[in-house]
Ligand binder design. Structure first.
Ligand code: 13P
Length: 248
C-alpha cells in the first residue's frame, strides 16, 4: 500500500483570519510528513487556501462538487472550476450531505464521475447509522453505497479514495474501535478488489472522532490507509499529531 493519507474536513468552519492562522501553524510544524496530507476548507475559501498552500506539502481539497458538468445549476460549483484553483481532492457523499441535502447513491456516483473527469480525486464517503449497525446492516449499507460509485465509474475506480465514516462516530467522540473499523475496511477492500486489478492503489480512510490520542492505533490496522478528520483538524497541534502518527 502507498503512503497513508490524512485529510482535514473543516466542514462549515473558519474565516479568512482563522484559516490563515491555522494554515500557518500547520506549515510551521509539518516538516516533511511521512504521509500525504490535504485540507478541505469551505468552498468559498479555495482561492485563499490555494495561495496559502502553494509549494507546501499540504494539498487542497473541497467538501463537495456538482454532479453536473456546467450550465443552469444555480449555486453549484463544477469540478472543472475547482480544478482551476488547484483542487486535488473532493469529498463526495459525506453523511452530512446525504442527511441534510438529500444526496443519494446516484448523486454521489455522478459527483465522483465529474471529479474523476476533471482530474480531481473523489473521496467517497460511506457509513452506516447507529440504527443500521444495531440491526446488523452495516456491511449491506456500505457495500451498497460503494457499489453505486463502482457501477458508474468502471475501471476509473482505482483512482478514488474511499472513506469509511460510521455516522454514529462523527462528531460524537464515540470512535469505532480499531477492530470495528478494520472489519468494515476489509469488507470494502474485498469489494474494491473484485472491481479492479489495481485495488492496491485505492486508499481507504477511517473517519469519525479520530483524534491525536486514538489515531496511531486506528492507523496501524492493516486496511486503514489514512484518516478523514473533522473536529481535530481544526486544531493545529492535534492535526499535526495525527499526521505524525501516519507512517506508511
Ligand atoms: P469528526 O472527526 O469531527 O468526528 O468528523 C469526522 C468527519 O465527518 C470527517 O469527514
Amino acid at each position: 500500500m502507498s503512503r497513508k493519507l490524512i485529510v482535514g474536513n473543516w466542514k462549515m468552519n473558519g474565516n479568512l483570519a482563522s484559516n490563515d492562522a491555522l494554515v500557518r501553524e500547520l506549515l510551521g510544524g509539518i516538516g516533511q510528513p511521512a504521509c500525504d496530507v490535504a485540507v478541505c476548507p469551505p468552498g468559498i475559501y479555495v482561492a485563499q487556501l490555494q495561495s496559502l498552500l502553494a509549494g507546501s506539502p499540504i494539498d487542497l481539497g473541497v467538501q463537495n462538487v456538482s454532479m453536473n458538468e456546467n450550465g443552469a445549476y444555480t449555486g453549484d460549483v463544477s469540478a472543472e472550476m475547482l480544478k482551476d484553483y488547484g483542487v486535488r481532492y473532493a469529498i463526495v457523499g459525506h453523511s452530512e450531505r446525504r442527511q441534510h441535502q438529500a444526496e443519494n447513491d446516484v448523486h454521489v456516483a455522478l459527483k465522483a464521475k465529474r471529479a474523476l473527469a476533471a482530474g480531481i480525486t473523489p473521496i467517497v464517503c460511506v457509513g452506516e447509522t447507529l440504527r443500521e449497525r444495531e440491526s446488523g446492516m452495516t456491511e449491506f449499507i456500505v457495500k451498497r453505497q460503494l457499489s453505486a460509485v463502482i457501477h458508474l465509474n468502471g475501471h476509473c475506480i482505482s483512482e478514488i479514495v474511499v472513506a469509511y465514516e460510521p455516522v454514529w462516530a462523527i462528531g460524537t467522540g464515540q470512535t469505532a474501535t480499531p477492530e470495528q473499523a478494520q472489519s468494515v475496511h476489509a469488507v470494502l477492500r474485498a469489494q474494491i478488489k473484485a472491481a479492479t486489478e489495481k485495488a492496491d492503489r485505492v486508499r481507504i480512510l477511517y473517519g469519525g472522532s479520530m483524534n491525536a490520542a486514538n489515531a496511531a492505533e486506528l492507523l496501524s490496522q492493516p486496511d486503514i490507509d489514512g484518516g478523514l478528520i473533522g473536529g481535530a483538524s481544526l486544531k493545529s497541534a492535534d492535526f499535526l499529531k495525527i499526521i505524525a502518527a501516519a507512517r506508511a
